[in-house]
Design a binder for this molecule. Structure first.
Ligand code: ADP
Length: 258
């Protein structure tokens, strides 16, 4: 009868949210959450209203990266009110757990949680909602790409061949459900020592070639950077710094503008 409890038919948008962008990677540990959080901040710096949803039920890191341990609450209409930190509306499985409890939820429940996250959160008016997907192409990712009207997807990879192989699997998942790939962000592109020498620890130009192969823009190359790591640990993502303070913040500004 098409009531509120009717199963989702095809892909649906989220009321009030103009653009929903998935950030995905094939492999874990390539910097997907780092890119999601800094991209969210860089977009907010352009004047946009931005939300970020950490969809990684099994290893959420957003709460830590944004330096918040607030708990979200539900209002009288049973809507979950997102936390706000650094000007971003945040929702993360990490908010629902204490630091030491691993989440043990299996497939069907995991997809239900994901739906709840996205539909029950009172996001309000947003220009961008960034979805930090878990790595790979499992149940949660599939639920999202099949049921949410995504504006597009950003693929995060390191230049290393093993990361690229897995990134291609994520790309084909989006292709199957007709979601545009907005571009590739290559993370951990190089490390620059204090003398200015660049070391391509994970290989040179893998992300560049992948973007060419997919015929999509290379949205950025982010070096391995101590400040970036420290900022993440301190709960103030590097993109909160000015572009003169941090070249990585400048790189995320470019990426957001693209
Ligand atoms: P993923 O979300 O893909 O699992 P994360 O964003 O959590 O990856 O990054 C993995 C680890 O690497 C984190 O400790 C993070 O702080 C660090 N990291 C990610 N990108 C960079 C970078 N460009 N420079 C330094 N450290 C980074």
């Amino acid at each position: 009868t098409g009531g509120e409890d009717a199963p989702a038919q095809g892909k649906t948008s989220i009321p009030g949210v103009k653009n929903i962008i998935a950030v995905a990677s094939g492999k874990g540990g390539v910097g997907k959450s780092t890119v999601s959080s800094n991209l969210a901040i860089a977009l907010a710096k352009t004047g946009a209203k931005v939300g970020l949803c950490d969809c990684d039920l099994y290893g959420p890191s957003t709460a830590q990266m944004f330096g918040t341990n607030q708990q979200p609450y539900a209002n009288e209409r049973d809507e979950i009110i997102p936390i706000e930190a650094h000007g971003i509306k945040l929702m993360s499985m990490g908010f629902l757990l204490d630091d030491n409890s691993p989440v043990i939820v299996r497939g069907p429940l995991a997809t239900r949680y994901t739906q709840q996250f996205l539909r029950q959160v009172e996001w309000g008016e947003l220009d961008y909602l960034i979805l930090d997907l878990p790595p790979g192409t499992g149940d949660i990712q599939l639920t999202i790409v099949q049921t949410v009207a995504l504006s597009g997807a950003v693929i995060v990879t390191t230049p290393q061949e093993v990361a690229l192989i897995d990134a291609r699997k994520a790309v084909s998942m989006f292709a199957k459900v007709n979601v545009d790939i907005l571009g590739v962000v290559e993370n951990m592109s190089w490390f620059e020592c204090e003398h200015g020498t660049k070391y391509h620890l994970f290989g040179d130009g893998g992300g560049v070639k992948e973007a060419e192969r997919l015929k999509v823009p290379l949205l950025g190359q982010i070096p391995i950077d101590i400040t970036t790591r420290q900022c993440a640990d301190d709960g103030t993502p590097v993109a909160t710094l000015s572009e003169t303070e941090s070249s990585v913040s400048a790189a995320f500004k470019d990426t957001a503008e693209k």
